[in-house]
Design a protein around this ligand. Structure first.
Ligand SMILES: NC(=O)c1ccc[n+]([C@@H]2O[C@H](COP(=O)([O-])OP(=O)(O)OC[C@H]3O[C@@H](n4cnc5c(N)ncnc54)[C@H](O)[C@@H]3O)[C@@H](O)[C@H]2O)c1
Ligand SMILES: [Zn+2]
Ligand SMILES: [Zn+2]
Length: 345
């Protein structure tokens, strides 16, 4: 089969011919319906130097996957061939206390494992078939279409986790600020609308992204720039936002995030822009918590899929063939993509 692989650091991916995977005991082979293109792949391919991550190329890209069960290895029971499934993407050891609670994204044996998941060290979903190491990582999709559902596994799951951990702050009259209304951000706005009464303000540097933000539920939109923090203050009666989600993570957006935060707020860094901010008594409003989050748990993916089944969240999907996948990344890097690009092999 053909696969879009990263074959070396700091370079474009290549379409290569690889063997079809066959399932070893305990494994599941998924026929890919859709594999989302995430901005993390751009960081991975072009921005991270060799040695920064615990794994090395070559591997097939695509960590946001859904499709149908193609075959199962010995010992896998209860999964019918042809079942539409989402693939949970953070593959941990399976036996540490975090993995056993469903938090494979925070596996305690990650350092020994030297891979993060399919598309992140292991072969991912930008190919016809994906090898999933355990049936624990496939979640039935019900009536959802795998192409539309693929983004739920990352663009949906990552913001869902970041929002859920701060849900106690999202009371009536509160504000959630979403910085970066792209693949993750446009899903965050829908999740906030679906599970909280907070007013939602979206900030982006692209007018087109802000237009999509408005369509999917943002109460207000603000163009990124010098006056953005003041505009957020105005829209919150001077108080600031109770939850700030930064889906960009460069110096400028973290500064905006902190400047927009209300005392007692959570400022959650999801974007991998590698910016930083000086944390001190004076530079951060009182009792604001700063944290980063990485993906979500498999249990949360089940909840995201349930939310998807209600129709309350749906990725705005732009479809690309496997051959055109590099064009999807180019559009994302240029900032012209709206919502999520999904590769349909
Ligand atoms: N922490 C995690 O678990 C996790 C998971 C997935 C993605 N990510 C990261 O989240 C970030 C977003 O990913 P995505 O796939 O949604 O990307 P995307 O390219 O689809 O969206 C990014 C959005 O941010 C906007 N933007 C860029 N720079 C901006 C700025 N300075 N000010 C305001 N808006 C700006 C863009 O116009 C775009 O709308 C990436 O850094 C990605 O690596 C993190
Ligand atoms: Zn991702
Ligand atoms: Zn583990």
């Amino acid at each position: 089969m053909r696969a879009l692989q990263l074959t070396g650091w700091q370079q474009d991916p290549e379409l290569v011919e690889v063997d079809d995977p066959t399932p070893a005991p305990g494994e599941v082979i998924v026929r890919i319906g859709g594999a989302g293109a995430c901005h993390s792949d751009i960081h991975l391919m072009h921005e991270f130097p060799a040695g920064l991550l615990p794994f090395d190329p070559p591997f097939t890209l695509g960590h946001e996957n859904a499709g149908w069960v193609e075959s199962v290895g010995a010992g896998v029971t209860g999964l019918e061939i042809g079942t539409p499934v989402a693939v949970y993407g953070a593959w941990g050891c399976g036996f540490c206390s975090r993995c056993l609670s469903g938090w494979d994204n925070y596996c305690e044996n990650r350092a020994e494992y030297k891979r993060e998941g399919g598309g992140l060290g292991f072969d991912g979903g930008m190919a016809s078939l994906l090898r999933v190491p355990t049936a624990r990582h496939v979640v039935p999709l019900g009536d959802l279409d795998p192409v539309d559902a693929a983004p739920l596994t990352d663009a949906g799951l990552t913001p869902y986790h970041a929002i859920k951990r701060s849900r106690h702050l999202l009371v009536p009259g509160s504000t959630a600020l979403v910085i970066g209304a792209g693949g993750l951000g446009h899903m965050a706005i829908q999740i906030l609308s679906a599970i909280s009464p907070a007013q939602i303000i979206a900030v982006d540097q692209s007018e087109a992204a802000l237009a999509l933000a408005k369509t999917v539920g943002a109460s207000h939109t603000v163009l990124a720039g010098d006056t953005a923090a003041a505009e957020v203050r105005d829209l919150t009666k001077g108080r600031g936002a109770d939850l700030v989600l930064d889906f960009v993570g460069v110096d400028a957006t973290i500064q905006l995030a902190v400047a927009s935060a209300r005392p007692l707020a959570d400022v959650t860094l999801v974007g991998v822009g590698m910016g930083s901010y000086p944390f001190s008594f004076i530079t951060v409003p009182y009792e604001v918590s700063l944290q980063s989050t990485y993906w979500g748990s498999v249990n949360e993916l089940i909840e995201v899929i349930a939310l998807g089944e209600t129709g309350k969240i749906q990725a705005h999907v732009e479809r690309y063939s496997l051959e055109d996948a590099p064009k999807a990344y180019a559009a994302m890097a240029a900032g012209t993509l709206r919502g999520r690009a999904v590769i349909v092999p």
